[in-house]
Design a protein. Structure first.
Length: 238
């Protein structure tokens, strides 16, 4: 299973369940701080905890079924990642996605993805097959109204192209954008549900250019596709 999909499955399985019995005595639960971390991060990425929400240690401890000490540890990790801001004796504020953050992510994505797609051509049969699989998966998720799943698959589609560029340093840099991309993707799909149809069309166009071995067309399509987020930040959505 690929990295981004391992992440998606891991996040889903990390969600706490008070009523879930232990499947096997040999299976151990993750450490308490890791469970809180996964619970809050998944809530932020899936927009159950939206920007501006104030989370308290007591509420999170009760939701996950742990003491407050691992909650503090988990919140410190999430603050370092830029998802929340801690306020002593008050709680943790979920940070909204800012226009500057969108602009920074878009600029980094364009630099990395346009370079990678140019190096990917001619695309391998393995890459083409994988992109076709992800595109069909995203279509099914969109049809089912699973916007969070569609956002994860969208990220996987682009990450496959970046990895195929062959530069491991750029691939790791791109992976560091993962959480920000997922959070923005889910938020934008909810705010602009009609956008998913255009996203699928643009993915098909990128795939078609890669099949044809047309590097310049693929670069141009990727640039236009990613730049839409900049248009949104400026209020100029098309």
């Amino acid at each position: 299973m690929h990295t981004c999909c391992i992440y998606a499955v891991g996040m889903a399985s990390a969600a706490p369940s008070k009523s879930r019995p232990s499947a096997s005595p040999s299976l151990k639960q993750p450490p308490a701080a890791d469970r809180v971390y996964a619970h809050v991060k998944q809530g932020v990425l899936e927009r159950r905890y939206e920007g501006g929400t104030l989370l308290t240690e007591g509420e999170l401890a009760e939701a996950v079924g742990v003491s407050r000490t691992p909650v503090r540890e988990a919140l410190l990790r999430l603050e370092v990642e830029g998802l929340i801001k801690l306020y002593p004796k008050k709680g943790a504020l979920v940070l909204p996605v800012s226009a500057q953050e969108i602009a920074d992510v878009v600029e980094t994505r364009q630099l990395v993805e346009e370079h990678a797609v140019r190096k990917t051509v001619p695309a391998s049969p393995r890459l083409i097959a994988r992109l076709e699989e992800l595109l069909e998966q995203q279509k099914a998720q969109a049809a089912a109204g699973d916007l969070a799943g569609a956002a994860v698959t969208d990220r996987c589609f682009h990450a496959e192209i970046v990895r195929s560029g062959g530069n491991e340093i750029l691939s790791r840099l791109y992976d560091q954008l993962r959480d920000r991309q997922l959070r923005m993707g889910v938020a934008f799909m909810h705010a602009h549900p009609d956008r998913i149809t255009k996203t699928l069309t643009e993915h098909e166009e990128i795939l078609r250019a890669l099949r044809a071995g047309d590097a310049e067309a693929a670069v141009s399509l990727v640039h236009r596709h990613v730049n839409w987020f900049s248009n949104l930040a400026r209020g100029d959505v098309r």
